[in-house]
Design a protein around this ligand. Structure first.
Ligand code: ATR
Length: 261
């Protein structure tokens, strides 16, 4: 039986074992997939022991994605390098390799929703790790343009600068959150605003056809405002299934079907 697991701290809440078990049933691949609780100061030791014990692949969650990135040295996919974080590990010739499937997970979920991306104009709000984690797969999905809008404009401008080698001229731009305006196809909230009291407020002057909140399980002022405008909305639960599907594809070579969690 091929051994897989998800490692984090805390980990008891993780739904990854259930998701991978469903993918395994769908595709007829025999595997086990466990939760691993790593002590905060012993992530590397847990990873080493897992692969030494015959483990085939590890998913990594909070708070270890940046440490996983460090452990891989330069054995990273481009999307993991840009993200600065790794959520999918495997070994090849005794060495650890890392990928980040969050962005493709978002693209997978947008496809499942039937929200078009090719030739479309997107706004991503936020310029932190969550945006870094998804930007490359969104660019690769054939969008016409992405504006990274942030409360602090300098962070958005810096991120656009970092991404210049990976984007077409004119495909990426930055903007202060307060000066967003005009009409776009999709707005993605990649801020941590829904964790705070006020939530994300978009300027009234921005019009949009679809609204996606990357977080889930918390009330979202952003999605509430979109609903009031009659705009189709989705939260990040589907992205969780989508990133697991992409990790499954990386490990097993087959992309399983997404489902409602
Ligand atoms: P993460 O790794 O989750 O992206 P982060 O790096 O701390 O976390 O980034 C949080 C993002 O949410 C930032 O873009 C932050 O904006 P600033 O750079 O201006 O701080 C954004 N953010 C947090 N609370 C917000 C709010 N109430 N309204 C708008 N943006 C908010």
């Amino acid at each position: 039986m091929q051994k897989y697991a998800v490692v984090g701290n805390p980990i008891a809440h993780s739904r990854s074992p259930e998701i991978h078990a469903r993918f395994a049933a769908q595709t007829g691949i025999a595997l086990s997939y466990q939760r691993l609780l790593a002590p905060l100061d012993a992530f590397e030791a847990v990873v080493v022991a897992f692969f030494a014990g015959g483990g085939r692949g590890l998913n990594v969650t909070v708070p270890f994605k940046e440490q996983a990135f460090q452990l891989c040295g330069d054995r990273l996919t481009d999307r993991a390098r840009v993200a600065g974080a790794v959520n999918t590990l495997w070994q090849h010739d005794g060495q650890l390799h890392g990928d980040n499937t969050d962005g493709e997970g978002l693209v997978n979920d947008l496809k499942r929703l039937g929200w078009p991306l090719v030739g479309k104009q997107l706004v991503i709000v936020g310029a932190g790790g969550a945006t870094r984690g998804v930007i490359l797969p969104l660019l690769s999905a054939g969008v016409a343009s992405i504006t990274i809008a942030n409360r602090t404009l300098s962070r958005a401008a810096e991120l656009v600068g970092d991404l210049a080698p990976y984007s077409q001229p004119g495909q990426l731009s930055s903007c202060a959150l307060s000066s967003l305006q005009g009409q776009v196809d999709l707005v993605i909230n990649a801020t941590s605003a829904s964790l705070g009291a006020d939530g994300l407020q978009l300027p009234e002057s921005l019009r949009y056809d679809h609204a996606y909140e990357m977080a889930y399980g918390k009330p979202s002022a952003f999605l509430e405002a979109a609903r009031l405008r009659g705009v189709p909305v989705a939260d990040g639960k589907g992205m969780l299934v989508g990133q697991a599907a992409e990790a499954f594809r990386v490990w097993h070579g087959v992309l399983p079907q997404l489902f409602d969690l």
